[in-house]
Design a protein around this ligand. Structure first.
Ligand code: F6P
Length: 544
């Protein structure tokens, strides 16, 4: 990897100059003067149609952004990423979630062994999942399982729950529940809904050292033992981990542990045995289709020139808005309830990866890095926060994601959903001028004075950038592509921002302090904290 400060590149200087010219740029005018803009800024890959044309860019800006990627050594970085180099240098690890969805023939030589390991671990998982579905892996009493509880947090929860929710239309008879938060009430609410006799518990923790997961797993196991006895545990509790010894120490039978690898980051691990609950919920062939979709996006990312490369173009746009326009955040608006957990999943993937302030040389950066990502499905979000995107003071570039074909036959609903989908990006782009607002008010029968008062409130500035990702249909395969698209976007941004995207030291301090404070809470004491924390602890002790 080239450890280069992006702001020192020629392309960055060029982008600065071009940005000055953009002060006058209006998307509305750009479409009038260049009707071919729609075609020019559009990329497709299989069933993905990505329209970048409603972004604040020109062909010159695109060229300069592509040159930035070149100067920052993206080409070589992609080789290092897929080739299994230890690009997660602060943890001395390779970053090989891509090896989980490739085959030995297409894998780079250095990665073939890892692909083999991944294949074996997948086969073990598929064998188990198929046995559960066929009824040959049974409960303690010899019945078939009908419920799964996934116990994990962060990457050991967000990916599985997001995909499971997204693939509801593919779900089998198995009911899935997810316990993540170290909150007894959360655990209790799930336990209320399940029958221990027919439930399989999947403890997912890469490290098998995460406080939340071990606490929840212990409570749930005790609850289970109270009802069915200790002897039933081996058939009802399995684990997914890269730390086999710790899982064994916890009391999971060795043959019930499904290995994952330290060369797969937690937030990129849904493709591994961490996806056990997904496979149990939608079946192994759908899980394989998810992997195949991701592999297709991997190939697109690896083999396509930057100017036609979807993840690269999305990453470059983020950098453009983040570093030149000063945009703080980016919205992701899926026009389907199936993807209601996508923004939460992306929050971990994006913000845990690129929320860094020290560059790959160990120096504090003097430019902005990771952006904030947030969102909710449309059209619900139109009735919630869209006001701010349309008429607020902040620039919020947004991804609009929709599927041309619905899963069920409700054309009236789907037409309305899609009409809103297209209308919003058009409204954000065009806005409404004072003259147009004036006309509208006349048409609605308002008087002259009322019109003058209301016009300023009815103006939409427009020129709000959006990217439209229109996909043929939400299937396991297209979902795999979509998630992999964001993974490679994250990677590209990290390369250009010159940061390490695959560690997460920033989550450690809070964990350490929580241990100290837990000791205090357990002893109803306060070991010399700051005045605010002391006061809060005393208040807590007096009320609990
Ligand atoms: O707290 C951060 C983190 O390490 C995430 O990166 C990870 O996905 C999550 O905790 C859970 O970790 P584990 O799978 O090891 O329990």
């Amino acid at each position: 990897m080239k450890n280069i400060n992006p702001t020192s590149t020629n392309a960055w200087q060029r982008l600065h100059e071009l940005f000055q010219d953009m002060k006058e740029f209006q998307l509305r005018d750009a479409f009038i003067h260049h009707p071919e803009r729609g075609k020019e800024f559009c990329i497709s890959h299989e069933d993905f149609f990505v329209d970048l044309s409603k972004n604040l860019i020109t062909p010159e800006i695109s060229a300069a952004l592509n040159a930035l990627a070149e100067e920052c050594g993206l080409d070589q970085a992609i080789q290092s990423y897929f080739g299994g180099e230890r690009i997660n240098a602060t943890e001395d690890r390779a970053v090989l979630h891509t090896a989980l969805r490739t085959d030995q023939d297409t894998a780079p030589t250095a990665v073939k062994e890892k692909v083999k390991e991944a294949e074996l671990s997948k086969q073990k998982m598929f064998g188990f999942v198929d046995a559960v579905h066929k009824g040959s892996a049974t409960t303690y009493k010899g019945e078939t399982f009908d419920t799964v509880v996934n116990i994990g947090i962060g990457g050991s929860d967000l990916g599985p729950v997001m995909v499971y929710e997204a693939l509801q239309a593919y779900k089998n008879d198995m009911e899935l529940h997810f316990v993540s938060n170290v909150e007894g009430d959360h655990v209790e609410e799930v336990l209320k809904k399940i029958n221990p006799e027919t439930t399989l518990f999947v403890i997912v923790s890469k490290s098998f050292g995460t406080q939340e997961t071990l606490t929840n797993a212990t409570t749930i196991r005790n609850w289970f033992i109270d009802r069915l006895g200790r002897d039933a545990v081996p058939q009802h509790f399995i684990a997914v981990s890269s730390n086999i010894d710790r899982a064994v120490e916890f009391g999971i039978d060795r043959e019930n542990i499904f290995p994952m690898f330290n060369w797969v980051g937690g937030r990129f691990s849904l493709w591994s045995t961490v996806g056990m609950s997904i496979a149990l919920g939608v079946g192994t062939s759908n899980f394989q289709a998810l992997l195949d979709g991701a592999a297709s996006m991997d190939a697109h990312f690896k083999n396509t020139s930057f100017d036609r490369n979807i993840p690269v173009q999305l990453a470059l746009l983020t950098i453009w808005y983040n570093n030149f326009y000063g945009a703080e955040s980016e919205a992701v608006i899926p026009y389907t309830q199936y993807l209601h957990r996508l923004p939460a999943y992306l929050q971990q993937a994006i913000m845990e990866s690129n929320g860094k302030s020290v560059d790959r040389n160990g120096d504090r950066v003097d430019y902005q890095t990771g952006n904030i990502v947030w969102g909710e499905p449309g059209t619900n979000s139109q009735h919630a926060f869209f006001q701010l995107i349309h008429q607020g003071t902040k620039l919020i570039p947004a991804h609009f994601i929709a599927f041309a074909k619905a899963k069920y036959d409700h054309p009236d609903h789907h037409n309305k959903l899609m009409a809103n989908f297209f209308a919003q990006t058009k409204a954000l782009m065009f806005g409404k001028t004072a003259a147009e607002a004036h006309e509208d008010l006349i048409r609605s029968g308002k008087s002259g004075e009322e019109i003058e008062t209301l016009v300023p409130f009815k103006v939409f500035e427009g020129n709000k950038p959006t990217t439209t990702i229109l996909i043929d249909e939400l299937t396991p395969r297209s979902l795999g592509k979509l998630v992999a698209m964001y993974e490679h976007k994250i990677f590209t941004e990290g390369v250009i921002w010159n940061i390490y995207s695959y560690d997460q030291w920033g989550v450690e301090l809070g964990k350490v302090l929580a241990d100290v404070i837990l000791h205090d809470i357990e002893h109803v004491s306060s070991t010399d904290h700051d005045a605010s924390t002391d006061q809060l602890l005393q208040r807590f002790y007096s009320k609990k």
